[in-house]
Design a protein around this ligand. Structure first.
Ligand code: ZN
Length: 431
């Protein structure tokens, strides 16, 4: 058989499409059977959820939209005189109460919507299935509904978390665990930012999302000696709520995973004050580390600031970077003192002192030589990737502006997905 026609590989493509279509025909027959079974021959009376007797008040039509297209069905609508409520048992059996989307299509819409813009999600689903299944607004609604479920599920789990963790959390106890905390601004519609400018140091037009990233580390790379994150050990927390609530959530996630059984906890973050407040109060036993690349950025900023007073800024910065590697933050303070800014450049004295304070104030969090000797992560991959993965890749694209009720469900879905925990929201059905 010639698989190519005029240089174009056509046979596989045609067979693939035909096979998908014939599988869909079989699938539609099976689904139609299930849908009709759920709805057929409604009895005259059934028990309501409270156990009263409810009567059949009518037979009403509904279209259920599935991954294989729409199905029209007629199902019994019941009314309970005691509860004064109507309900539809067939919808409950099919998992379509208050929605026309089947559980499978709702899941596909929500996963796509959490991953890419809604219009693109619809096009993506129709390319994969060959069917025009969901508009952008359907996907947006499904994402919000499923994301709301995800947020509720995460909250319920965390409220139930207790110290000591699940006994079976680990077959081999990892040696170290990391709690990485960071914040990033999500672009908001103006009405979400009214009266908030500057309050918490956010840029106008954004609201801060706080991200927690937790993972474990047992070994180091045998070749490079670099610390190695344990495979599949990462989980995330995300919230728009203030630091106090975030602190509670991070600690609960730590407990939920049983990380409090691990010998060496480490908190990793940039210089933000709220991060170290949480570290001090919620993780007092943890070693605190300022993200190394962040510290180097501050050193570059300081160098730029005092450049007018330096003969050779590059070597000045290099010398101090070497001292920073050794954890000698006082060398930075001494080098700035020597410039005698009060005399030589009074306007620079205050900003330079602020930068110096960043180093001296974080001295114990910058003992990089010691940290490396203990095979600790000192940054910055896990710090950066936490915000990238959960927030930036979806929410911070050109032209995007969100509301909190619009974005929070997306973040909840991404949090579960990136933590490899979709199955908690959509358990595999038993057949
Ligand atoms: Zn009732």
């Amino acid at each position: 058989m010639d698989l190519v026609d005029g240089g174009r590989p056509v046979v596989l493509e045609a067979v693939e499409r035909a096979a998908q279509e014939s599988a869909a025909v079989i699938g539609r027959t099976v689904i139609a059977g299930v849908v009709n079974l759920a709805a057929e021959d409604p009895p005259a009376g059934v028990d309501c959820p409270q156990g009263h007797r409810a009567r059949l008040a009518g037979v009403r039509p509904k279209t259920v939209r599935t991954l294989l297209g729409g199905f029209r069905l007629s199902r019994g609508y019941y009314y309970c005189d005691s509860c004064r409520r109507g309900f539809v048992p067939a919808d409950e059996r099919l998992g379509v109460v208050g929605t026309s989307l089947s559980p499978g299509l709702a899941r596909a819409c929500a996963l796509a919507g959490a991953e890419m813009p809604y219009a693109k999600s619809g096009a993506f689903i129709s390319t994969v299935t060959g069917l025009d299944l969901a508009s952008a607004s359907t996907i947006s609604r499904a994402t919000k509904t499923q994301g709301g479920r995800a947020r509720d599920l995460i909250s319920t789990e965390l409220e139930a978390a207790r110290p000591g963790g699940p006994a079976a959390a680990f077959t081999h106890l990892p040696d170290k665990c990391y709690v990485v905390m960071d914040g990033t601004g999500a672009p908001m519609l103006p009405r979400e930012c009214e009266g908030r400018q500057g309050k918490t140091g956010e840029r106008a037009g954004t609201r801060e999302v706080k991200i927690g990233c937790l993972f474990t580390q047992t070994g180091v790379d045998p070749v490079s000696g670099q610390p190695l994150q344990d495979r599949g050990s990462v989980s995330y927390i995300s919230t728009f709520e203030p630091a106090e609530r975030f602190a509670h959530l991070v600690k609960a996630e730590y407990w939920r995973r049983g990380l409090d059984q691990i010998r060496q906890p480490i908190v990793l973050g940039d210089g933000a004050r709220w991060i170290w407040n949480i570290a001090d109060t919620k993780f007092p036993e943890a070693t605190q580390i300022v993200d190394y690349y962040h510290a180097r950025e501050h050193l570059a900023d300081l160098t730029k600031l005092v450049t007018p007073l330096l003969d050779d800024p590059t070597s000045w910065e290099k010398t101090l970077a070497d001292q920073l590697d050794l954890g000698d933050t006082s060398a930075i303070a001494t080098a700035v003192d020597k410039l005698n800014l009060d005399q030589n450049a009074p306007a620079l004295a205050r900003p330079a002192n602020t930068e110096v304070g960043y180093f001296t104030g974080n001295h114990h969090r910058m003992q990089y030589a010691e940290f490396l000797a203990n095979s600790y992560y000192i940054g910055s991959g896990p710090v950066e990737s936490a915000c990238n993965t959960i927030v930036k890749q979806r929410a911070k694209r050109a032209g995007m502006h969100w509301t909190i009720p619009g974005l929070d469900p997306v973040l909840a879905l991404r949090t579960l997905h990136q933590s490899h925990r979709d199955h908690t929201l959509w358990p595999t059905p038993q057949t």
